[in-house]
Design a protein. Structure first.
Length: 161
């Protein structure tokens, strides 16, 4: 008889374990023709599948930082837009000095642009260190939108002063 796993010849006819690889041998009563057939087919068995661990799709610390900076940058743009638009609409009906508020909005938008720049720096660091994730993609998009909106709104506020 031959070992099913390694193909070595067994020393004893009713041996329970292979002396080479230690695989448990089932006791078969086979004639010599069947052992020859099995011997010729021993190399045709398929190897067991090789599974690799797939890393988690959640983002690492740089991806989370990138998402946080992107959210803050976009929130600064949205909040300053709401405040600025209410000032512009109120100015149509009421006349009061608005220069101080507009300068405050410009400063807020500069801070929003800085958060967008921090977002881009975190994104570049995350690309080189961490696997790509959905958190990283979302942070990238939010950061770009935050930079764009803050820049455009800052130019509008400068134009209104």
């Amino acid at each position: 008889m031959y070992c099913k796993k390694c193909g070595s010849e067994l020393e004893i006819e009713n041996q329970r374990f292979c002396q080479i690889c230690g695989t448990e041998i089932r006791s078969y009563h086979v004639n010599s023709q069947q052992s020859l057939i099995r011997d010729s087919n021993k190399s045709s068995s398929t190897p067991p599948p090789h599974y690799q661990d797939i890393s988690k799709r959640s983002g690492g610390p740089y991806a989370k930082r990138c998402l946080g900076f992107g959210i803050i940058s976009l929130l600064v743009a949205v909040i300053s837009f709401n405040i600025g638009s209410s000032i512009i609409w109120d100015n149509l009906y009421y006349s009061y000095p608005r220069d101080g508020v507009l300068i405050g909005l410009i400063i807020a938008r500069i801070i929003g642009i800085l958060f967008g720049i921090f977002n881009r720096l975190s994104y570049n660091r995350a690309i080189s260190v961490e696997p790509e994730s959905s958190i990283l993609k979302a942070g990238n998009i939010l950061g770009i939108l935050g930079i764009l909106f803050n820049s455009v709104l800052m130019l509008i506020a400068i134009f209104l002063i």
